[in-house]
Design a protein around this ligand. Structure first.
Ligand code: ADP
Length: 612
């Protein structure tokens, strides 16, 4: 299994795991928390909205002095009268005023509302049961008649209880209302007529609000900070004249209950233990719209592309420079992803930080494991390779030792005066033959080492292959004759640039092997063929053949097929290594096609043009 394969497999594995990693509840929750954190870390926005909003709070103090809740409408009306005298631009009432109370009190509130240029009142959708349909709780007609608009007050928290977004419109079978904050925004910018709705946005007085129809007109609330970000005045302090009324002049006043126990508190990304009051949330919605500080999450396709890009980057790091940069990329990624997400959020784009981190860490981990496995296997292979090399070297030593022993023993005998002259001559001939064999083995061994080291310079010339083949087979004829083997030749005329001596040596080696590993009486075919780019020399025999598993190994130095090693067939296992080296130096290649028991065919492919 190659390293490439391991990394591709790793990449695929992470790819398959992506949907699970990115969209399971746990990662989703982590994405939400990291979003909250980045939002808290972002610098506070100093938009126009913050200067324009004043929260008018029915707080604990007001309830203590003028309570209980719901606050008497006459009291509320008296406070609003004072506020109206300061001429604010819009009054937003985040209190449901749908039931009748005392007639006089209701009338005074209606009068007070009438004193504001624009009033936005609250409505809520009461969920239906099996028998009844859902129902809108709307302000009393007397109040409605004084309203510029009526907006819904629903803010639906996410699964973890934190309110990060809201649906700009909410509807039952009969009617539909825009959100209270949205209506306040419309009133503040002086929008006339209904909003114009497009599939991906809503346009109000030429201002475009990105809230797509497919999301149900979902708007992410870009909270400007924790509770207390907007200026707040208590109803009690207005009633008691403890605030200069000029604080309300030209402002958007949002009236609502903040007193403990009113239940109107919801967790937001800024909440720590205590929820945020409804009016503060509505102020944040209003501010998001007025400041145009929109936030939008990545769509599913973009998210998938981003996660795939992370996997690709990590996989590339595992591949590049043999994985030396993987650790660095893994660490850098862990830092870069949150920093990038922070900047993206400041530009209004919500990146799923946790999904990215989880993907990045898992991809790095899987690649790292793949790498470790790969390195361990390579180490194992290297150790194994050394063992085999030592073993094969031993075989060569053995091969050298046989003639050496014969020479040693013979040279002792020759000095013995008792040995007859005729015998001495025989011994001398044996010494000559064995030393020749020894020298042959050592020369071959040295040749292969020199050629592999590139020390042997090729004497390039145009070589007529047919002639070289004939020469080599002529030399091998002596061996063949001993085994009654016939050598047939099928020769095309072709020349290749090369070293004729070395090429002859290589071809002779192939023919000699064919003779050596073939039975008596068989035949060998040597052929030369040519195509436009390559000339080929093939040596085919009817010998014992080579096991498939060994076919790629016989070209390694000192490698000998198990069968021949065990049968103690003479040989060093360097011949083919040498042939391969010669062919490679000529810019060609060697191939073997063999069937055990049937025969082998060794083919040399030599380029017809000199490769530069
Ligand atoms: P040697 O023949 O000295 O062992 P080589 O490098 O020439 O070394 O060959 C390596 C091995 O390849 C041989 O030991 C033999 O097992 C196998 N081999 C080579 N040529 C043939 C062939 N024509 N038929 C069968 N086996 C062969």
């Amino acid at each position: 299994m190659s390293r490439k394969f391991v990394i591709v497999a790793v990449g695929l594995l992470v790819l398959l795991a992506l949907p699970f990693l990115a969209w399971n509840g746990l990662v989703e929750a982590a994405d939400a928390s990291s979003y909250d954190m980045l939002l808290r870390l972002s610098p506070r926005r100093q938009g126009a909205a913050q200067k324009q909003v004043v929260l008018l709070a029915v707080d604990d103090n007001t309830v203590n002095r003028y309570g209980p809740l719901p606050l008497n409408r006459a009291v509320l009306a008296s406070a609003l009268d004072s506020v109206a005298s300061a001429k604010p631009s819009v009054l937003v009432v985040d209190v449901l005023i749908s039931e009748h109370t005392q007639e006089k009190a209701d009338a005074s509130l209606a009068d007070a509302l009438g004193r504001f240029p624009k009033v936005v009142l609250a409505s809520a959708l009461e969920p239906g049961s099996d028998a009844t349909a859902s129902r809108w709780i709307t302000p009393l007609p007397d109040f409605q008649s004084r309203a510029y608009a009526i907006g819904h007050v629903h803010i639906e928290p996410d699964r973890d209880g934190v309110a990060r977004s809201l649906l700009l419109t909410k509807a039952n079978q009969r009617s539909r209302y825009w959100a209270l904050g949205f209506e306040a925004f419309r009133a503040a910018i002086g929008a006339e007529g209904s909003p114009i709705e497009y599939s991906n946005r809503v346009v109000v007085a030429k201002r475009s609000v990105p809230a797509s129809q497919s999301s149900g007109r979902l708007l992410w609330i870009n909270y400007g900070g924790p509770e207390g970000t907007f200026q707040r005045v208590s109803v009690a302090s207005v009633l008691e004249g403890r605030v200069p009324l000029s604080a309300f002049t030209g402002k958007v006043v949002i009236l609502g209950v903040t007193a403990q126990g009113a239940g109107d508190r919801i967790f937001t990304p800024f909440s720590a233990g205590v929820g945020m009051s409804g009016i503060e949330i509505h102020a944040n919605i209003f501010a998001t719209l007025l400041d145009g500080a929109y936030l939008s999450p990545l769509g599913p396709v973009s998210e998938l592309i981003l996660l795939l890009a992370i996997v690709a980057a990590v996989t590339a790091a595992a591949w590049w420079r043999k994985g030396r940069s993987l650790a660095a990329v893994a660490i850098v990624g862990i830092v870069v992803i949150p920093v990038f997400s922070y900047w993206a959020l400041r530009a209004g784009l919500i990146i799923p930080v946790a999904s990215c981190l989880v993907t990045h860490v898992s991809a790095s981990l899987v690649c790292f494991l793949g790498q470790t496995r790969f390195i361990r296997r390579q180490l194992g292979e290297a150790v194994q390779g050394r063992k085999e090399y030592a073993f094969r070297l031993q075989a060569v030593a053995h091969e050298i030792k046989t003639p050496l022993t014969a020479i040693h023993a013979s040279s002792q005998l020759i000095t013995d005066s008792d040995v007859p002259e005729r015998k001495k001559e025989e011994i001398a001939q044996r010494i000559f033959k064995e030393s020749g064999r020894l020298s042959g083995i050592v020369t071959t061994f040295l040749d292969v080492e020199r050629i592999s080291a590139g020390a042997l310079q090729l004497q390039r010339q145009q070589v007529e292959l047919a002639a070289v083949v004939s020469e080599a087979s002529e030399r091998a004829q002596l061996l063949a004759l001993k085994k009654e083997i016939t050598i047939r030749k099928v020769l095309e005329t072709v020349t290749v640039p090369g070293d004729s001596e070395l090429l002859e040596y290589a071809i002779y080696n192939l023919i000699a092997n064919a003779v050596k590993y073939s039975p008596n009486g068989s035949s060998i075919t040597v052929s030369v063929r040519s195509d436009p780019r390559f000339a080929s020399v093939a040596v085919a025999d009817q010998g014992c053949g080579i096991e498939v598993a060994e076919q790629s190994r016989i070209f390694e130095r000192f490698y000998r097929a198990n069968k021949h090693r065990e049968e103690r067939e003479s040989g060093t296992g360097v011949g083919l290594a040498l042939v391969k080296e010669i062919v490679t130096q000529h810019g060609g290649r060697i191939e073997v096609d063999s069937q055990p028991g049937k025969g082998s065919r060794f083919s040399l492919f030599l380029p017809r043009e000199c490769e530069r």
